[in-house]
Design a protein around this ligand. Structure first.
Ligand SMILES: [Zn+2]
Length: 288
């Protein structure tokens, strides 16, 4: 599949707070190899730079993806890593390979997360859309609690995946105790849920979904989020923003999302880019 055209270059640098480079631009899961696919990977970084997306947090959500994320971040100065077992991956491992394999996978995530370039534990959380069996949901919550504790122990940012599970995310976080830095990846709630997250000090990361025609609730959430708590992400290769919904996604597509967000908020684009970059640095405890 061909990539959509480049948007106009952003007037100031921003970061993509959540991307899956290992998944390429929509090829099969974990298709990219750091050595064999070096040219393709570097072309994605170059395209992002052309649009002024100069920093990436690359997320590995299963063991191969997490290993990739750490090694990738070690090779490129402006790439940082987040690692976890995804809320749908944790029950899959437990169901297909057994509880010992599930625990071993958590242990490996905990080891990978100690890497200096690993800035976040995630994406973890809950997903009631894809995970529905009671036994799977129990594993999902156990895995979420494990990752919350890990983020606290290692002083890494907690990066949350929340699909149709807003209230349960808050229930578990409130019962475990909230880590110092929390970001809601691909924020998907309404203005009330945004306020509940903001009250707890979270950063809200908006993806291409905010540009979708039917996403009125999401735009209301964006409106109530103070400028110092907004992040932007692609979740590439998924969630391509309008006007290219349906095409593959990549970090440079942030150009479309940022313009849309500045427009919607009635803010100066340069100022919003600067704020998003500062927020990213604070959210992930980066030096600059
Ligand atoms: Zn993701």
């Amino acid at each position: 599949m061909t990539l959509p055209p480049l948007p106009q270059r952003l007037p100031a640098a921003v970061a993509d707070a959540h991307v899956h480079i290992d998944m390429g631009t929509g090829r099969s899961h974990n298709a990219l190899d750091l050595d064999k696919d070096q040219a393709e990977i570097e072309s994605l970084l170059d395209l992002a730079n052309e649009v002024n997306v100069t920093k990436l947090v690359n997320v590995g959500c299963e063991i191969p993806g997490a290993r990739f994320a750490i090694e990738f971040a070690k090779r490129y100065p402006n790439v940082f890593a987040a690692v976890a077992l995804h809320p749908n991956e944790a029950p899959r491992i437990a169901r297909e390979k057994g509880i010992v394999a599930f625990q071993a996978a958590l242990t490996e995530i905990a080891e990978l997360a100690t890497a200096e370039k690993c800035v976040a534990v995630g994406e973890t959380g809950m997903d009631f859309f894809r995970t529905t069996e009671l036994s799977d949901l129990k594993i999902q919550e156990e895995s979420f609690r494990y990752h919350i504790d890990l983020a606290k122990r290692l002083d890494k940012t907690l990066m949350i995946h929340d699909r149709d599970s807003h209230q349960d995310i808050l229930r578990v976080l409130d019962s475990e105790g909230i880590p110092k830095r929390v970001m809601m990846h691909c924020f998907s709630g309404d203005a009330d849920f945004a306020k509940a997250c903001l009250d707890r000090g979270f950063y809200l990361s908006f993806a291409g979904t905010v540009t979708f025609k039917n996403a009125t609730n999401l735009r209301e959430a964006l409106s109530v989020t103070p400028q110092d708590r907004v992040l932007v992400e692609t979740d590439a290769p998924f969630l391509t923003p309008d006007p290219h919904r349906g095409s593959p996604n990549a970090s440079y597509m942030i150009g479309y999302t940022m313009r849309f967000m500045a427009d919607h908020r009635g803010e100066d684009l340069t100022q919003l880019c600067d704020a998003v970059m500062n927020n990213t640095n604070r959210a992930f405890n980066l030096v600059n």
